[in-house]
Every structure is written in C-alpha cells, then in structure tokens.
Design a protein around this ligand. Sequence first.
Ligand code: 3HC
Ligand code: NAI
Length: 691
Amino acid sequence: MTQLSQSVTLEFDNDVALIRIDNPPVNALSHHVRQGLLDGMTQAENSDATAIVVICEGRTFIAGADITEFSGPPKPPSLQEAQDAMENCSKPVIAAVHGTALGGGLEVALCAHYRVGVSESKYGLPEVKLGLLPGAGGTQRLPRVTGAAQALQMMTSGDPISAGDALECGLIDEIVEDLESGAVAFARRAVAEGLPLLRIRDRDDKLTGTNSSLFDDFRASIARKTRGFLAPEYNIRCVEAAVNLEFDEGLKREQELFKDLMKGTQSKAQQYYFFAERAALKIPGLPKETKPIEVNRVGILGAGTMGGGIAMNFANVGIPVTIVEQNEEALKRGLGVVRSNYERTASRGGISSDDVETRMGLINGSTDMGGFGDCDLIIEAVFENMDLKKSIFEQLDEICKPGAVLASNTSALDINEIASATSRPESVIGMHFFSPANVMKMLEVVRGDATSDEAIVTAMGIGRTIGKTPVLCGVCHGFVGNRMLFMRGIEAEKMILEGAAPSRIDQVLFDFGLPMGPFAMSDLAGLDIGWDENTSSGSTVRELLCESGRRGQKNGQGYYIYDPETRAATPDPEVEQIIKAFGERQGVEQREISDQEILERCLYPMINEGAKILAEGIAIRGSDVDVVWINGYGWPMYTGGPMFWADTVGLAEVADRINHYGSTLGGEHWSISPLIEEIVAQGGSLSAYTN
Ligand code: 3HC
Ligand code: NAI
C-alpha cells in the first residue's frame, strides 16, 4: 500500500489498482484528496494493473467539494486535473459508490468509465442548495447520461436519486452486493470482455431530440418554489448549454456561470445556512454522555389546529400517538381533519391509501388523559391560556410516568411558570411547532430554568426523528421567532394608520422574499385569535375588523376579501376606510411612505430584537436566529436569515437607521441593542455571534 496524501492510498488487489479515499467525515474533496486522486491515477496507469477502482472508506463515497475551502484561495491541484486523469486513462476506471455520491463526488464518478454502487447508495447534485451549480463538469455530463429532463429535475431540486433509479436511467452500471469485491469483479469483467473506455463527454444520444419547449415549461413549473433564487435558473442554463453546445463549449459556459454564482451573496448566504443548520444541533455545555430517553409512545393533548398536525409527524415515522380532547365532538372533528389531510396527500400520490390507514391506525383518540400513563413524551397543545395550561400540567404530573418528558407547544407563554405547576420541573420543556405543524420544519425547543439535559436531548433528538429542524432557546415572551415577529407587527400596525395600505406593506415584504406580509399572515391565522367579543372595545384595527364580522381567510374577509373558489386575495376599500377613520380618530397624520421605509420599519426592529435575544442568551448563536426565521417563517434563505442579512446590509448602516427611527418614532423596540453597538464599534458580525 502506498500513502499518496494524508487521505488517499493506492493498493493492488492482484491485477486491479484500488485508489482509496479516507477523509472523514464525508470524504469531501479537500486539496489533499484531489492531490491523492491525481497521483493515484498517474501511478496506477503506469503500473501493471489492468483496471482501476476508486473507492471510499467510512460512511460515504465523496460527498462533494470541501465547502470549508470555498472561502479561501484555490489550492492546487484543481479537481479537473484529477478528473481528466480518470476520463482519459488507458485502463478501465470504475467508481465504487456507497452512501452518497454528491456534488463534486458524483462529478468525479461521472469521469470514471463505469460506476457501480451498493443498493442503498444515492446520487445527487445538491449544489443548488448552496446557491451554486455543479461546477466540475457535472452540468455537462449528467444530462448526457440521464437526458435533459431528469438532469433539470436533479440539479434544480438538489435531491438525490436512489441506486435503483440511477441504474434505470443509466447513471450507474450495476448494483453490487459487496462494494469492494463487486467493484473489483466488475473491473476484471471490463478487462476480460474488452468493454470500451466510455467517456460521458463523447455521448450525445440522450440529448438529441430534446424538445425545445422543455426548458421554458420547466422554468414555469418551478417558478413559485424558486422565486428569488438565482441558482436554479443558472442550473437550467447549463443544461441548455449541454443540449445546444459542444462539450468543451458547454464546460466553459458552466465555469462562467459557476464563478458568477460563487462571487455573489446568495451562495455565501446559502453556504452559511448549511453550516448554521448543523451548528444549531450542537449544545454547548451539555455532557457528551447525556442520553435521550427512548420515545416509544407520544401523548398529545388537544386535537385542534396544532395538536392534529403534531400527531401526524409522529404517525408518519411509525411512532404511536395517544391524542386526548376535552369531548367526543372535538375529538371527532380533530381526527377528521387529520384523516382528510392524509387523504389529500394520498389523492396527490404522496402516500398510498394503505399508508393513510396505517398512519390513522397509529393515532389513538381518547377523552381520557389516563392513557398518557404509558407515554414517554407528552405534548400539550390546548388553548393559549396560562391557567388552563397550569391545571393541565398539574394533572400530567399525577398521570405520567417518572422520567416522561412533558412538553408544551405554547407559542409565547412562560415555560418556567408552566413547569411550576408540577413536582418535576426538570421534565418540563417547550416544543414549539409552527403551523401547519405537519409541514413546517421549524421546532423551537424551549429550555426552562430547571429543564434537565436529558429532556433537552430527547426533545432535540425526537425533533430530528420526525424531520424537523430543532433550535434550542431560552424562556422569554414569544421565544426567538415570535418575539421578533411581534416587533415587526408594532411597526406594520403603525404604518397602516400613517397611510400605507396593508396590501402595500405585504407586497414590499413579499418582494423582499418572504412568503407573505403581516396582514396576509393575520388573515391566514385568523383575525379572531385571542380576540374576545365581550371585552373588545374597538381599540385596534384588528378589534374593529373582528367587530365588523371579519375573521380572516376562514370567513372570506379580513384585511383582504377572498375569492371563495380560488382563495385569491383582493384589497378591500372598506377596510382601508375603517383604518383611515381609526387613524384620524387617533390623531395620526397621514403621509407618503416609501417602500424602503416600509422595509426598514418592518425588518430593522426584528434585527434589533434578535440582537437583544442574543445578548440575553435566549438564543445560543446568531445563526440559530437565522435558522428559526428561515424554517419557521419562510425568510428567504438566499439572504441567509435576518442576522446574516443585517451583516450584509452593513451593521453600522442598520444601527444608524435604528437610531434614526428611535429618535423620530420612539418606542422600546427602537432602543438600540447594546450588542449591535458593541459589534459595530469592535468589528465582527451578528450572524457569527456566539454565547
Ligand atoms: N464540505 C465540508 N464539510 C462537509 C461537507 C462538505 N461538502 N459535507 C458535510 N460536511 C460536514 C458537516 O458540516 C458536518 O460537520 P460537523 O460534524 O462538524 O457538523 C459533517 O460533515 C457531517 O455532515 P452531516 O451532519 O450533514 O452528516 P449526515 O450524515 O447527516 O449527511 C451528507 C451527510 C448527506 C453528505 C451531508 O453532509 C451533505 O449533504 N453534505 C453536503 C453535500 C454537498 O452539498 N455537496 C456539494 C458540495 S459543492 C460541490 O461539490 C461543488 C462542485 O460542484 C464543484
Ligand atoms: P385550537 O383552538 O385549534 O386547538 C386547541 C384544542 O385544545 C381544541 O381542540 C380544544 O378543544 C382543545 N382543548 C382545550 N382544552 C382542553 C383540555 N382541557 N383537554 C383536552 N383538550 C383541550 O388551538 P391551536 O391553534 O391548535 O393552538 C394550541 C396551542 O398551540 C396554543 O398554545 C397555541 O398558542 C399554540 N400554537 C399555535 C399555533 C397556530 O398557528 N395556531 C402555532 C404554534 C403554537
């Protein structure tokens, strides 16, 4: 065995050379891997071996370029040198894939003459998720193997395909049982049978006859999902180049577009997010040996909007659920909504009708909390009322087994106060799901003063099991996400009285990249959430709208009027009149407000509040705040989240504007966070701030 570089060795299995890569954790293409691969190819080609296998140690084949190298100057050799050595080798080169061949990893495999993989292996070009495109020839080679339509799908979604699908579309040549012996056997067969040294770059059989309308149809089909992102369009242009240009020309085009993306802010933001999401799972100070409790059955209290959705998350991964309501009628209604959600997914082909029954079979409805006795985790999702929640936790304390984690889905209430109703505050934690709970990936895990490490790792771990992105935070009103949202709400409310129509404010935020603005969001959630007919006194626009019978989308009228068929929203002049009259009664002066002012007054108080949240230690890191806003509220990922975005705008500039609004408009939410001032004075960034 020859050690070629710190991560690559060359060895021989008689007549077959094995270039073995071992660069934990995911065999990323760091410079020493590229060097080892290049040297290995040269030495193997010059050896007595008749064929060469490229294979990886550890949990996966090469998972792509080393993203940590993107921020520095390029280190030689280039990946292309190693790829050329493979593609032009005079002996058959076989890539042996296990785990995931992703990005640059798949692009390396595409330069082998043949590819084999184990049945669990996966193949993908996820660069689009990093705001990039496969810049190592992948955009030109993949379409030549799969055809343009499948390449478009894979490159713009970034999602990998299975070994079975890869075999079917010709991306791999064989599924092997044992990776190394299967690959070596394939290599020997290639030599024995004189299989041609296939270079994908020379093929065009899958591209001829590509329908010219494919690209625009495809653009239209992903337009909504990819609004604002640059990388999907750039990926499409590369596939167009593969269809319309010679290979080398296409490669040039790929390089130009790759460089363009690489120097832009979107890819920086998306790469930052890649690491932010992973960092959020790391909890400083937690002893390594802390083990989660095993969650074999989950109890959920309340089968309303949230409880039903939360139950679905567990049933979807095969964990049985006991869901308890206050009476049969509410239970029936709640379970009916769950069933119809599943049936809708089945009617669209997302799951089978058997799956619907299996999952419904895992959800056991009851009106008796006694059933929680054998649950390992209980999540309370009843009305947002402290007295009610405390009385429920008192009962849970009596019913639940010792060690069970008792969680509340409260959106803002004090977890410590809820915990005080029990004799075991160490078992009490917040698990704040976002609506619709079966869809939204965000999960704020709220640690109370007494919450145990075990309860924390259990909540974070089970969150991952059900496919959520958990972020740990501390107790404060509204936690990370809603506390920042409240600040935006204050300014949005004020601006409508000053003369900016709700639809205009919503439009500015939509154009910024958010899925909707505050008024469309209120209509969607229901204007009457927390509204009480008996105490309503016309003291806010929202109360006035509720008093005039407007409930939001659910009754077709809120800030907007909704088409009963299409649910399309139209601004309502009557609402604008109500607002105007209210503003006049309040003595608010009407004036012209620019789009920039709308944006600043909505987003800067959020940044300010985010900084206060960080300074108070409620969030662990600036990047955690960004993960919450991207996953919980659809903040555009290509800006990196509110903290990263503020850094991009320039924190000094943001601070100036906060101070400006503080002195002209006033209000606690405009009093500048000392942390922002500190960072501006000392240099640094909000997004990199860590407690
Ligand atoms: N570069 C550097 N570090 C990477 C990395 C990469 N490409 N991929 C993963 N890592 C790191 C992670 O940050 C993490 O580090 P940590 O333990 O310090 O937090 C560690 O490897 C393990 O990663 P995961 O926790 O994500 O492990 P999983 O087992 O859950 O997932 C994976 C493994 C599916 C490979 C996943 O890590 C992944 O999707 N990685 C990114 C793949 C990717 O985007 N590749 C394309 C890169 S761009 C490219 O290739 C450009 C080329 O076209 C020129
Ligand atoms: P909801 O009103 O839709 O559902 C609450 C359910 O709890 C009702 O079905 C009610 O019958 C049931 N319930 C009330 N008292 C009960 C009791 N003693 N025993 C059993 N069931 C009881 O409310 P929603 O929207 O599901 O909210 C639930 C909790 O989730 C609240 O704390 C809320 O703040 C929080 N939340 C709500 C979000 C949303 O967007 N709706 C988002 C995130 C959290």
